[in-house]
Design a protein around this ligand. Structure first.
Ligand SMILES: C[S@@+](CC[C@H](N)C(=O)[O-])C[C@H]1O[C@@H](n2cnc3c(N)ncnc32)[C@H](O)[C@@H]1O
Length: 502
């Protein structure tokens, strides 16, 4: 097995763990005075400051952000879980709270990608981007600080079948969980880059319609999860973060096309990292405030286009989000985007390294993706690539610029030893006219799905690579020999389904 694959497993395991409340970390408590100076110059009555200080050291349960394409029919399986799928996060209608007694992260629904688990505060940024309304459909979107992908997955769902997401994360060790989480959406309309924002802006100036900057910050809202120390409220920590945020925002401004939108968010309370950054964008970058009418109940007293949710008022860890626009006409530059139109470019082809596709890889791809046309010749400009024994393939209509900024794409196959196997991400990918046509599909009932998710085999008289699915939702691969299907679920995706869930 290649080194990169080992690395990705380790990192992906971490990402699963981080989506659950961190039970072994102790919350860090602040006094009302410390809180007051952290949020200065925002003034709150003394009694409210006490409440805020207490709520900042209290753990808030995650909520389930329901996958957008499934939201209209979302109902937890099995039906005994008791959820009526109501909206529980006032600022984000696609989220529901976890019903009592339901072990969300140990459910078949979770494995099937039905929802993403996150703090309700994280959803403020998606609300500011209006990711739940359909207004991002078809857009070119960049998530500039994307790992581990809590918001990027929401953006990917929001751009639909015609948009494209570049999820950028400069810290390489954080890329694997990001890739895993993006693949869980079933969409292939993304690429991942690993660039410093300045370097990315040099490669892709003026490209994006919308950019999310969920900035690295002092993380004061993470105190309750024990994921930040008291140092989070130190002035020097806040100042260092504010300076870095400004550099990222300046790069984002260059990446944005005229008329495009920046959504800026943090999980901290310090004004220097929040409202002051909005002020700086309007003064120094010429950005215009772009208020979000639906968030008026959460408007910051210091800026017309910035919003806050608070631990003591809103039952979450707390967050800030703001929306600004670049002056200009968004339609004016639309024609400058070139798209890859030939879907076969995405199935065949080579590779930045100019090496031909390994025939063994080709064979697996043909067996799981379907037959290729005999006369497919366009290998040189293809967007299918072998990288460190991993093959990736982009969707039809990926923008041409992807070739300049692409570090990781949607994975379709990988090699262990001398054998090529289809990737987990490839099983989860939406089925379209061309994709995953060659693979058979086996329907599993609840008990079989639980066995499969824990690593067990599946009885079947089929042969070859098969995608197993539960209620039509793909869970992963088995390789069948006419008697059983051997489990090919990656270790990091395995789980013991909780018996109390049904
Ligand atoms: C708050 S986290 C993003 C969380 C993510 N948006 C989500 O919802 O899961 C900030 C991310 O920014 C990354 N980062 C650190 N320095 C950065 C820089 N100079 N430019 C862009 N991103 C940076 C961090 O590695 C981290 O993954």
């Amino acid at each position: 097995m290649s080194r990169s694959r080992k690395g990705s497993k380790k990192a992906s395991r971490k990402s699963q763990a981080s989506s659950k409340p961190s039970a072994n970390r102790k919350p860090v408590a602040l006094t009302a005075e410390q809180v007051s100076s952290a949020i200065d110059p925002i003034e709150l009555p003394d009694a409210e400051l006490e409440h805020l200080a207490a709520a900042m050291s209290q753990r808030h349960a995650n909520v389930m952000r329901v996958r957008r394409d499934r939201a209209p029919t979302f109902r937890l399986q099995p039906s005994s879980s008791g959820s009526d799928s109501r909206t529980d996060v006032p600022w984000y209608p696609l989220a529901v709270s976890i019903p009592d007694g339901f072990h969300a992260s140990r459910s078949i629904d979770f494995a099937a990608g039905e929802f993403y688990l996150q703090d309700a505060g994280s959803l403020l940024a998606l609300a500011a981007a209006e990711a739940h309304t359909g207004s991002l459909a078809g857009q070119l979107v960049c998530d500039l600080c994307a790992a581990p992908g809590g918001k990027a997955t929401g953006l990917l769902e929001a751009i639909g079948d015609d948009g494209f997401l570049l999820a950028n994360e400069p810290i390489r060790s954080r890329i694997a969980p990001l890739a895993y989480n993006l693949s869980r959406t079933g969409s292939d309309r993304y690429a991942i880059s690993c660039e410093d924002p300045d370097a990315l802006a040099e490669k892709l100036p003026g490209v994006f319609d919308t950019i999310l900057i969920d900035a690295p910050c002092s993380g004061q809202a993470l105190l309750s999860r024990g994921r930040q120390s008291k140092g989070a409220v130190n002035e020097s920590m806040v100042a260092t973060n504010a300076a870095r945020q400004q550099r990222i925002l300046a790069a984002a401004h260059l990446l944005l096309r005229p008329g495009g939108t920046i959504v800026y968010s943090t999980c901290t309370f310090a004004v220097a990292e929040n409202e002051d950054q909005v002020d700086w964008m309007t003064r120094e970058l010429g950005m215009q405030p772009s208020p979000v009418a639906a968030l008026c109940d959460y408007q910051s007293s210091l800026t017309e286009c910035g919003y806050r949710v608070w631990p003591h008022r809103d039952g979450c860890a707390g967050a800030f989000a703001a929306r600004v626009k670049k002056p200009g006409d968004v339609d004016a530059s639309e024609d400058s985007v070139e798209f890859v139109e030939d879907p076969w470019l995405l199935r065949r082809g080579v590779l930045q390294s100019e090496q031909p596709l390994d025939p063994a890889c080709d064979e697996v791809l043909q067996s799981v993706l379907g037959a290729f046309p005999e006369n497919s010749t366009d290998k040189d400009s293809g967007l299918l690539r072998q990288r460190d024994w991993i093959a990736e393939a982009f969707c039809k209509g990926a923008p041409e610029w992807v070739k300049q900024a692409w570090t990781i794409g949607p994975e379709v196959a990988y090699r262990t030893g001398q054998t090529w196997k289809p990737s987990h991400a490839c099983a989860l990918r939406h089925v379209d006219d061309e994709f995953a046509k060659g693979a058979g599909r086996i329907d599993l009932d609840d008990a079989q799905a639980a066995t499969y998710l824990s690593g067990g085999t599946i009885p079947t008289d089929r042969r070859g690579w098969q995608i197993v699915q539960h209620l039509g939702r793909p869970l992963g691969w088995v390789k069948a020999d006419g008697r059983i299907g051997k489990n090919h679920l990656p270790t990091h995706a395995r789980m013991q389904v909780s018996p109390t869930n049904g």
